[in-house]
Design a protein around this ligand. Structure first.
Ligand SMILES: [Zn+2]
Length: 282
C-alpha cells in the first residue's frame, strides 16, 4: 500500500507483515485526530478485542501538530507535539490490540480543503487493503470542521469503490457533538457495558491532551453512562454504557444523495418529534 506522505506510518502492534495485518481487518475507523478513535469507536475496538476472526484497524488522518498544549507539554514545539501524539496513538493501538494503526500525517488545512485529493487517494488505498465489513468515521453533524472534512472524504472514497468492494455499513460517531438529539429509531446503538477498564485505559494514554486541561477520558466515559441512563425514560437501564452512531450507509451507496440533504432528514425527524409532543400536550 502506497501512501502520499513519506512520513505516514503504518504501525502493526503484533509485528505481522503489513499486507497480512491490514487484510485481516473487519472493523475500520477513520478519524481526524489522535484520540478521536478511542472516544468514538470504543465499541468496535472492544468487539474485536481478543477475537481471532474480528480485527480493528484505526486511521488518524492529521498530524497532531496544532494540538493545544499545557503543563508538562507547554514548551513543546509543533514537531515535538506531533511525536508525542503519534506515540500516544501507538500506545492505544497496543492496549486495544488493533490489527493496525495508520497515521497519514496530513496538516489539518489539507483536510478542510475539498480540492485536495491526496487524503482521498490514501483513504481509498486503505479501504482496498483492508476491505472492512463496517467503517466508522465522524458523524456529519459534528461541529469540528476537520472532523466533518474527514467524514466527507471517507464518503467520497467509498463511492469510488465498486459495489462488491464496499463495506456493509458506514457509521458516523460521536466526538464534537453527541447524537442524543436524534430520534431513537435513527440511533445506531453501540453497547459499551463491558470492559470499562479497557475503555478507561484507551482514553487514558492521551496524556498530552488530558493534562492540557481537557478531561476527554472522564467526559467520554460520562457521555457513555449518560446515554445509557437517559435512553429510556420509562424502563430500567439496559446497559451501563452506550455510544450512538448515525447510519450513513445510504450516502455510500447513492452517489446522488447530498450529505447536507441526508443530515437534514435526521434534523427534520428531530424537529417533528419535538413539535408533535408539544402539539399533543398543548
Ligand atoms: Zn478530533
Amino acid at each position: 500500500m502506497k501512501l502520499y506522505l513519506e512520513t505516514a506510518e503504518v504501525y502493526i502492534p503484533d509485528h505481522q507483515p503489513v499486507g497480512q495485518a491490514l487484510a485481516r481487518t473487519t472493523h475500520l475507523c477513520l478519524a481526524a485526530h489522535q484520540d478521536d478513535i478511542e472516544i468514538m469507536a470504543a465499541q468496535p475496538i472492544i468487539e474485536c478485542f481478543q477475537q481471532e476472526d474480528k480485527w480493528f484497524t484505526g486511521v488518524v488522518v492529521t498530524d497532531g501538530r496544532g494540538s493545544p498544549r499545557d503543563d508538562l507539554y507547554q514548551d513543546y514545539t509543533d514537531d515535538e507535539m506531533r511525536l508525542v501524539r503519534f506515540k500516544e496513538q501507538r500506545k492505544a493501538a497496543i492496549i486495544g490490540e488493533f490489527a493496525a494503526q495508520i497515521m497519514l500525517d496530513f496538516p489539518s488545512k489539507m483536510i478542510k480543503d475539498a480540492s485536495r485529493s491526496q487524503p482521498l487517494d490514501d483513504i481509498l488505498a486503505i479501504l482496498r487493503a483492508t476491505q472492512p465489513q463496517v467503517v466508522y468515521t465522524h458523524n456529519l453533524a459534528d461541529k469540528h470542521d476537520t472532523h466533518v472534512g474527514v467524514a466527507l472524504k471517507v464518503i467520497q472514497a467509498l463511492r469510488k469503490l465498486d459495489q462488491a468492494e464496499r463495506p456493509e455499513r458506514l457509521v458516523g460517531c460521536e466526538v464534537w457533538r453527541a447524537l442524543d438529539w436524534m430520534v431513537d429509531s435513527d440511533k445506531v446503538m453501540m453497547d459499551l457495558s463491558t470492559h470499562e477498564n479497557l475503555q478507561a485505559a484507551l482514553l487514558g494514554v492521551f496524556d498530552s491532551q488530558i493534562v492540557g486541561g481537557k478531561r476527554y477520558d472522564l467526559a467520554s466515559l460520562g457521555r457513555r453512562r449518560a446515554n445509557a441512563t437517559y435512553f429510556e425514560a420509562h424502563g430500567v437501564d439496559e446497559t451501563t454504557g452506550l455510544s450512538y452512531g448515525m447510519d450513513m450507509t445510504p450516502l455510500m451507496n447513492d452517489v446522488n444523495l447530498q450529505p447536507a440533504e441526508f443530515v437534514g432528514q435526521f434534523v427534520q425527524r428531530f424537529a417533528v418529534d419535538v413539535q408533535d409532543r408539544l402539539n399533543r400536550l398543548r
